[in-house]
Design a protein around this ligand. Structure first.
Ligand code: SF4
Ligand code: F3S
Ligand code: FES
Length: 248
């Protein structure tokens, strides 16, 4: 069983562009990425789209479908009515390169700004001991496929280019939280999270969590605990006294 669907796809580059209308065949069991590929094969061989695994694991095919940040390869055509017009646009937060492909280098820059895992200096490989609960906490965060849908969605940067310099975004604030909560990491990341990576700009709207294709509880399990740790440090009377004495 197949039918013809109406697609509106953004075509253009950094100079500008527009939505273009296409009628394209849809077959049973297909996902939106299949339809984009059929468009390339039959009507628009120059349509640019980034993809790799077609299995929701490489994080390459992020875009917006009817305005919602989604993976093209994990969005089934059966979630739409046959009469729906389906609009596919590039991620809004990052500069367009061409058509559905954006320049996501903002994220690589933010990743590089976070100091790596810092175990105690004398600890040798094989001497690491962790509780299962700590292993599981890290494992949840490590399911991240770096699709950057959360980074694209967060309102702090989505329409505020001016915040990009001072805000790492949910994916990298989660990385800081992962390291801060790691029992073997000896670096104190709380001050940097707040002062250098913009943790205070997050007002826990949870939009990042809603779009995560790996269903990582970014806000509840990473951002809120990190905010609590920052607050504990700030309002801890012993830390407060230490700061006072140190400043004298
Ligand atoms: Fe994508 Fe989720 Fe990782 Fe964000 S945390 S980059 S939404 S997988
Ligand atoms: Fe943005 Fe997520 Fe915080 S959407 S405001 S980082 S909870
Ligand atoms: Fe790899 Fe969609 S193509 S996540």
């Amino acid at each position: 069983m197949s039918y013809d669907a109406q697609f509106r796809v953004w075509r253009g580059d950094i100079e500008g562009g527009e939505l273009k209308d296409y009628t394209v065949e849809v077959k049973e069991g297909e996902v939106v990425l299949d339809i984009i590929h059929r468009l390339q094969q039959t009507q628009t061989p120059d349509l640019a789209v980034r993809w790799n695994c077609k299995a929701g694991k490489c994080g390459s095919c992020s875009a917006e479908i009817n305005g919602r940040p989604r993976l093209l390869c994990m969005t089934r055509m059966s979630t739409f009515e046959e009469t729906d017009v389906i609009t596919v646009t590039p991620m809004r937060t990052f500069p367009v390169m061409r058509d559905l492909v954006t320049d996501v280098s903002f994220n690589y820059k933010k990743a590089r700004e976070i100091p790596s895992f810092t175990p105690p200096p004398n600890l040798k490989p094989g001497e690491y001991r962790m509780q299962q609960v700590d292993v599981e906490r890290s494992q949840e965060f490590r399911k991240c496929i770096e699709c950057f849908l959360c980074q694209n969605t967060c309102h702090v940067v989505r329409d505020h280019e001016e915040n990009k310099e001072s805000f790492a975004g949910p994916r990298y604030l989660m990385r800081i939280a992962e390291l801060e909560m790691h029992p073997l990491d000896v670096a104190d990341r709380r001050n940097d999270a707040q002062e250098e990576h913009g943790l205070g700009l997050c007002n826990i709207t949870k939009c990042c969590t809603e779009v995560c294709p790996e269903h990582i509880k970014i806000t509840d399990n990473a951002l809120i605990p990190m905010k609590e740790r920052v607050a504990d440090k700030k309002y801890d009377p012993i830390v407060w006294l230490g700061n006072k004495l140190f400043r004298r």
